[in-house]
Design a protein around this ligand. Structure first.
Ligand code: 13P
Length: 252
């Protein structure tokens, strides 16, 4: 069953990208059409200001666009926030929820993250739910337990392989150039898989579990071909077409 999972390589541009970045995205789309990408689903999650223009560029390509966060409500008096419905309307097919930067910068709890995942489903968006331990938690030998707790609290009942992707991103590996060993990645992804199967049965068997944290073309093969790694969530290296496409080539 697991062998049938089509990987997803998604880029998270975070708070990077202006209209001028449309050209770089166009290169990614054209590269994928020309066969420069691997055999995987492709997605870029730009800042919300670029969702509409990038989704127009990708309109006829096998490339989707996602958002980086959403509010839990559909609409209302929430100045500066964006609902999942608005993101969908702007062309998003997915939304990242619970990224560690939002958990840290905005105090998002597992409960809030779960509510955001449900908001994503309400708007018929794929929810990319992020989990991952801090450096201190890893050093204390708590990585597996922390991730298990985050999965239990952040992934709502009703998750399916269609509506949900899990992204394991160890906080200490994000933007640092540090990565876990393939063996460490295998251990965490195996335990995440077991929890998903226990809770969601066959859906849990085919739900995608992405690895994220300092993925680049030179380490993509060793990290992304580990058992139960079904793709990547890429930060810095997703800003350049050559690097992003180079990472997807791990699935060639
Ligand atoms: P980097 O690839 O820059 O380490 O970021 C990973 C990440 O946070 C993706 O969501």
């Amino acid at each position: 069953m697991a062998a049938a999972i089509k990987p997803l390589v998604a880029g998270n541009w975070k708070m990077n990208g202006l209209r001028a970045s449309e050209g770089e995205f166009r290169k990614m789309v054209e590269g994928s059409i020309a066969g420069a990408s691997g055999d995987c689903d492709l997605m870029i999650c730009p800042p919300a200001t670029l969702l509409a223009s990038l989704s127009a560029i990708a309109a006829d390509a096998p490339f989707s666009v996602g958002a980086q966060d959403c509010h839990v409500a559909q609409k209302g008096a929430h100045t500066g926030d964006l609902s999942a419905e608005m993101l969908k309307d702007a062309g998003a097919a997915a939304v990242i929820v619970g990224h560690s930067e939002r958990r840290a910068d905005h105090g998002e709890t597992d409960e809030v993250v779960a509510a955001k995942a449900q908001a994503a489903w309400r708007a018929e968006l794929l929810a990319i739910i992020c989990v991952g331990e801090t450096e201190a938690e890893r050093k204390a030998g708590e990585a597996v337990a922390v991730v298990a707790r985050q999965i239990a609290g952040s992934v709502p009942d009703g998750a399916t392989a269609e509506n949900t992707v899990i992204a394991y991103e160890p906080v200490w590996a994000i933007g640092t150039g540090l990565t876990p060993t393939p063996g460490d990645v295998a251990d965490i992804h195996k335990s995440v898989r077991e929890e998903l199967v226990q809770r969601f049965g066959a859906e849990g068997e085919s739900m995608r579990i992405l690895y994220g944290g300092s993925v680049k073309p030179s380490n993509a093969v060793e990290l992304l071909t580990v058992a139960n790694v079904n793709g990547a969530l890429v930060g810095g290296a997703s800003l350049k077409a050559e690097d992003f496409l180079g990472i997807t080539a791990a699935y060639s």
